[in-house]
Structure formats: C-alpha cells, structure tokens
Write a protein that binds this ligand. Structure first.
Ligand code: ZN
Length: 231
C-alpha cells in the first residue's frame, strides 16, 4: 500500500514496462480510487483499462516514484516523470498530455472548445464536452451525487429539528452537532479526496435550486421592513 502522502506514483504493467504516471496529494487514496475505477471498468484511460481487464490486477506493480511534500511542485514533477518514463504514447497508459502539449492521440480534438479541467470526483484531468460538465465520466458524477445524498440524509432531520423543534434543538446543541458532522465530512474530503470540494459551490447551488432565490428575496424584504414577516 502506498503512503498517504503527496507525490508521484506509477502503475506499471510488469511484463511490458508500460506505465501510468499520476500525481496526488494523497497517493494512497488516489491509487485506491484508480483500482476501484479499473475494477468497475470505468477508468478514464481506455488503454490502461483494456490491459487491466486482459492481464488482471496481479500483472501490475504500483509504486511511488517521488515524494513531493511541496504541493506547488506536484504538476512539474509529474510532467518530469511522464516525460522520463514516456508515459504518454505507445510506452504509456497516460492519455492526456499536459495543457501545453497537444496531439498525443487520436480522438483528441484539434481545438477543444472548453479548457481541460480536473474531475470534481476523481481529480483526473479531462476534456469537457459542455460548459456545465464537471465530471470525467458518468460514474464519477454518480459517486459525487450519492455521497451528497448519503451525507444529506444525516443533515435533513437535524435541520428540521433546528427549524421546527427549536427548544429541543437549543437544549441538545443540534447546531453544534451539525457543525461537527460537516467538519468530519470536510476532513474525510481532505483525507480521501485530496481536499476537493464535495458540495456544489454556492453560485451553482443557488442557480440549481430556484427556491433559494425566493428566500433571498424574502431576506431583502426583511431587511427593508423589519423581521416580522418570516419567523
Ligand atoms: Zn472522474
């Protein structure tokens, strides 16, 4: 098992020496994610996925290439290793050359409409086909949404208690409980998702749920006419 440290790792097909090079703030978490995606047949690199299916997980060695404590150096170090081990091209499994280099393979559009982004779920770079695409594959979107649903289920009752059983909520410190829950989830994100945000950012969340617009309107009225209306 890899250390839960920041650095560059390698997934190598032992017989051919063909490699996949990746970087992560938490290499252990990232490699576990690769393995989950590969086992589910959902990995973003089709060539690595095919080899994994063909040869089986035992045919691959996974190891650390370099520990990189300085997060700002991660992508430079990753590029250095990709070049050194020729991880893009016929010796490698990496499909995405870095933003500065183009034309590695077939299927890469000559002039992509949208800039490359990192998937909100797995963190891997991908080429979005739409402005509002935030995940590399459907599986990643489902994982993201399922996590929100599972976590939300825990919060829903706490919130309703705070809103409609105020006495109990105050007495039992429900707000503090909710905050501790949130903190636990944030720490889990730090640990297992390289700190990637696991909720929809405010701007998009507000656009997604029109009801919040109404609440915002009400809030404006409250400010104007005193707090009598909404309590
Ligand atoms: Zn993804």
């Amino acid at each position: 098992m890899l250390p839960a440290q920041s650095g560059i790792y390698c997934i190598e097909h032992a017989d051919s020496g063909r490699v996949y090079v990746g970087s992560a703030l938490n290499m252990r978490g990232r490699v576990e994610l690769h393995i989950r995606l590969l086992s589910a047949g959902n990995h973003h690199s089709p060539i690595l996925q095919r080899s994994w299916v063909k040869y089986g997980s035992d045919a691959f060695d996974i190891y650390v290439l370099e520990i990189v404590p300085d997060h700002n150096r991660l992508s430079t170090a990753e590029q250095m290793w990709i070049d050194r081990l020729q991880a893009v091209g016929k010796n490698g499994f990496n499909i995405m050359p870095t933003a500065s280099r183009h034309g590695s393979g077939k299927g890469t559009p000559a002039s992509p409409k949208y800039r490359q982004r990192c998937c909100n779920e797995c963190g891997q770079p991908y080429q979005p086909g739409r402005a509002d695409q935030f995940f590399c594959v459907r599986k990643c979107r489902m994982d993201f949404e399922n996590r929100m649903m599972t976590r939300g289920r825990e919060l829903y009752s706490l919130f309703m208690v705070m809103r409609y059983e105020r006495g109990v909520a105050r007495m039992r410190g429900v707000w503090a409980i909710a905050c501790r829950l949130a903190q636990g989830w944030r720490e889990e994100d730090e640990r297992e998702r390289d700190g990637r945000q696991s909720w929809i950012p405010a701007k998009r969340a507000l656009a997604k749920f029109p009801v919040t617009m109404t609440v915002a309107d009400v809030y404006v009225k409250q400010e104007k006419f005193g707090r009598a209306g909404v309590r």
